[in-house]
Design a protein around this ligand. Structure first.
Ligand SMILES: O=c1nc[nH]c2c1ncn2[C@H]1C[C@H](O)[C@@H](COP(=O)(O)OP(=O)(O)OP(=O)(O)O)O1
Ligand SMILES: [Mg+2]
Length: 204
């Protein structure tokens, strides 16, 4: 029997991807906006801490199990920036266009070999707000930063992220393809595999 799980995110791009990834599994995953959950402060110093903060906040407000995603892009030339601060790179939270412009500016003139980067996605699943064993999964997607934006699909840094295995930007990929190979897809596959092994108290 499937239980309702709260998706502890306000990011429309992520929510769409989770719906596509989980949609045909008969899992009832509802975004936290449906429960008027207030956004958690992301005060952690790692994706893992922030994912747990977001999941715990959603559990606390709803009394339901919650799944949170903390993600971002790590650029080697920038010593790992923007990293956990990806959403706030250019100041305003979630201003994708400004973030991409700033990233391209910071890498202006940097040769291709030094433009390596990767997306990280950390998922945290908590059964309740005091869950002492949040389950944490981590997916990574390797690529590099382009010199200009490319493509119309996806969200966030997708237009500036070159995917070597597809020879195009992440924003040029049909969503079905991104959802097979992305950091988020990889983390979610781990979560699903793990849940198949530990049925007790797990919703799916
Ligand atoms: O597949 C992706 N394709 C492109 N960009 C991406 C992706 N995955 C994460 N990102 C970027 C968007 C945002 O700049 C940051 C996530 O920040 P992060 O705090 O986890 O999410 P958020 O604040 O947008 O929504 P919320 O915290 O409500 O889930 O990384
Ligand atoms: Mg956030």
């Amino acid at each position: 029997m499937s239980k309702t799980i709260v998706l502890a995110s306000n990011n429309a791009g992520k929510i769409k991807e989770f719906n596509a990834l989980l949609g045909d599994m008969g899992i009832d995953v509802k975004p936290q906006s449906e429960f008027n959950v207030e956004e958690a402060e992301e005060t952690g110093l790692s994706f893992i801490e922030n994912a747990i903060l977001k999941a715990r906040n959603a559990c606390a407000h709803t009394g339901l199990p919650a799944l949170a995603d903390d993600s971002g892009i790590e650029v080697d030339y920038l010593d790992g920036a923007p990293g956990i601060y990806s959403a706030r790179f250019a100041g305003d939270h979630g201003n994708n266009e400004a973030n991409n412009t700033l990233l391209l500016d910071k890498l202006d003139g940097v040769p291709e070999l030094k433009r390596s980067a990767r997306f990280h996605c950390v998922l945290a699943y908590m059964r309740h707000k005091e869950d002492p064993t949040p389950q944490v999964f981590h997916g990574v997607w390797e690529g590099r930063i382009l010199t200009s934006t490319e493509g119309q699909e996806g969200f966030g840094y997708d237009p500036v992220f070159y995917v070597p295995e597809c020879a195009c930007s992440a924003a040029s990929l049909p969503k079905e393809v991104k959802n097979q190979i992305s950091h988020r897809a990889k983390a979610l596959k781990q979560l699903l595999a793990s849940f198949q092994q530990t049925q007790q108290d797990r919703p799916f």
